[in-house]
Design a protein around this ligand. Structure first.
Ligand SMILES: [Fe+2]
Ligand SMILES: [Fe+2]
Length: 150
């Protein structure tokens, strides 16, 4: 039986929080680690956003009571993508790198909290268990396909 859509997203979020805190504790002296972790994080984030924006968000958005929080989700993704794009032009050993990264981390943590609280609550009101699993199955397949492009 496929994993529930909410469990799949939650596990992605937990991994994301872990890698962000690992990156946060790197210093200018650990450039290679910082660079490798950052690359892994960007890929994971990209895959996660695609799964949400192509499957989870559209399914929820059809329902009136979830529309507003979903629209906010898209905007928060765009904001994070923009900040990440800016950070990509900053050298890993620049002294501002870690301050800029912390701002991105805080944005993502805020976004995760909104998804897990408000958005997941709405999803539980809208979909039953079987529907969440069906959605989870489609998301797992999409995730696998997106990961294969890296
Ligand atoms: Fe998201
Ligand atoms: Fe998410």
């Amino acid at each position: 039986m496929p994993q529930s859509a909410l469990t799949l997203l939650q596990e992605d979020h937990d991994k994301m929080k872990k890698i962000m805190s690992d990156i946060d504790s790197t210093t200018e002296r650990g450039l290679k680690t910082r660079e490798e972790l950052f690359t892994t994080m960007k890929e994971a984030l990209n895959v996660h956003e695609r799964v949400e924006e192509e499957i989870f968000y559209p399914a929820l958005r059809e329902h009136k009571k979830a529309k507003e929080i979903v629209m906010e989700g898209y905007e928060e993704h765009r904001a994070v993508d923009m900040l990440l794009g800016e950070l990509e032009s900053v050298p890993f050993d620049d002294e501002s790198w870690s301050a800029k990264f912390t701002v991105i981390k805080e944005n993502i943590e805020h976004h995760i909290k909104e998804e897990e609280n408000e958005m997941f609550d709405k999803a539980r009101q809208i979909f039953d268990r079987a529907e969440l699993q069906e959605l989870g199955g489609a998301m797992a397949a999409r995730k696998e396909k997106a990961q294969a492009t890296y």
